[in-house]
Design a protein around this ligand. Structure first.
Ligand code: SPV
Ligand code: MG
Length: 434
């Protein structure tokens, strides 16, 4: 007689005795089939696992008692259970209450439908993926793991949400902030190292006057206290010959991507649009820069993203598309389309057209002026990465100015007490301060 089939769903990022116990329990009932959650399934509800799917699969396949590993492509068990029709599913009893309750209800109903049984075993207190998740964060990351994580996120999530960071504190907000609502868990996926905010925070104009070495010093503070991926604003990329070195330097630091814009001459911030002289490079000139960059990178995972400034320069969407196609053909790993138009119409038109030709090349958008458009809409148009390019600095400056003016006005600090983080909280903000 055929053995009974036992289904176990797991992430298996970190092996711990709780998982081994559940597998051992499973073997008592039949052949254990592990439904290993893919990156995409996990990213919909939790941070991306440390190990890739293939790495986790290799580990789980080698565990005694595991007969087979199959991919579970969704957070919900339902589709796999219907497909595999196991006799049993085993799960820790931690799902009886809390956020997994709905998952449990669905599992019970499918198992009833297919005539199987749900077995709940006592949850292993103290050792579970969530508590280990915190420990692994404390260990930090390596440049290699961080660098790779952006491509993994693009593949795993409908939208990769990036926020500007110009110092370690911004980095910590982006690293740690999470929000739960009806749609599940939300977080920022990574950081944008912006030329505008990097320059402004140093009291310098955004004209490539702050050199790479200086920008890397501050970026290093962010790297020290975070693990999420970083996209570096490379301005024009500088001279083509210099860009080759920039790429290697960024890679060595574990930066995931550089975005360079197709402008030449003295760079001015794009949001000036045609109010200042902005000179676009020729297609030939810029594709050459992309090619040189691509041939100088050491890893396979680093991304060079080409930023199209046609709309900023007042040119039509057709010009932007022509450039986009040429940049992709030259080897760009993604396209950033920028605009200062408030409607978002030109971005929608570009994305929709571009997607007809290239279904998978990542599109990056920066909704600074068209800020009424929701991420969901941007994704529907075809965007993969949304960068909130300057918001933390724009938030900090008025808050600091307000406090400074009030102290001047009242000639004491009592009136700003409410505007400031309480002393107790600032002392507790960074672990290890006490
Ligand atoms: C930056 O953040 O520096 C950018 C985006 O390049 S923008 O300021 O809109 O040009
Ligand atoms: Mg910039």
């Amino acid at each position: 007689m055929k053995n009974k089939k036992v289904y176990l769903g797991m992430t298996a990022d970190i092996m711990h005795p709780g998982l081994i116990r559940i597998i051992n329990e499973g073997t008592k009932y039949g052949d254990v089939v592990v439904g290993l959650l893919t990156d995409a399934a996990i990213a919909s509800h939790k941070r991306l696992p440390y190990l890739t799917y293939e790495q986790r699969k290799e580990v789980v396949e080698s565990i005694k008692g595991v007969s087979e590993v199959v991919a579970q492509e969704e957070w919900s068990y339902v589709n796999n259970l219907r497909k595999l029709r196991p006799d049993y599913i085993i799960h820790g009893d931690d799902w009886v209450s809390g956020p997994l309750q709905k998952i449990r209800e669905d599992v019970f109903s499918v198992m009833r439908e297919i005539g199987g049984e749900v077995i709940e075993i006592p949850y292993t207190q103290g050792i579970n993926s969530t508590s280990l998740d915190k420990d692994i964060k404390a260990i930090g990351t390596t440049p290699d793991v961080r660098l790779k994580s952006l491509r993994r996120l693009i593949n795993a999530k409908p939208v990769v949400r990036i926020l500007e960071a110009h110092d370690g504190l911004c980095g910590l907000i982006i690293e740690n902030l999470e929000l739960y609502d009806d749609s599940g868990r939300k977080e920022f996926d990574g950081m944008w190292s912006s030329s505008l905010t990097d320059s402004t925070s140093k009291g310098k104009p955004d004209i490539e006057a702050v050199d790479l070495t200086t920008r890397l010093q501050d970026l290093n503070n962010i790297l020290e206290c975070t693990t999420k991926p970083i996209i570096f604003d490379g301005d024009t990329g500088g001279k083509t010959e210099h860009f080759a070195f920039t790429v290697r330097t960024l890679e060595r630091h574990g930066i995931s991507a550089v975005i360079i814009e197709d402008k030449i001459g003295l760079k001015k911030n794009s949001l000036f649009g045609t109010d200042v002289l902005q000179c676009q490079d020729t297609i030939e000139g810029f594709t050459e820069k992309i090619k040189v960059g691509k041939s100088s990178q050491v890893t396979d995972d680093f991304m060079i993203i080409a930023r199209i400034e046609s709309l900023i320069a007042g040119k039509p969407v057709s010009d932007a598309l022509e450039r986009g196609y040429a940049y992709v053909e030259a080897g760009a790993d993604g396209i950033m389309i920028h605009s200062k138009d408030k409607s978002g119409d030109d971005i929608r038109e570009f994305c929709t057209e571009f997607r007809k030709r290239y279904t998978h090349i990542p599109i990056v958008v920066v909704p600074t002026t068209y800020d009424h458009i929701y991420e969901k809409q941007l994704v529907e148009w075809g965007a993969n990465i949304v960068i909130y390019a300057n918001h933390l600095l724009r938030a900090a400056y008025p808050a600091m100015r307000k406090v400074a003016s009030k102290i001047l006005k009242y000639e004491r600090a009592l009136e700003v007490r409410e505007d400031c983080l309480p002393i107790k909280e600032i002392l507790e903000l960074i672990p290890g301060t006490k």
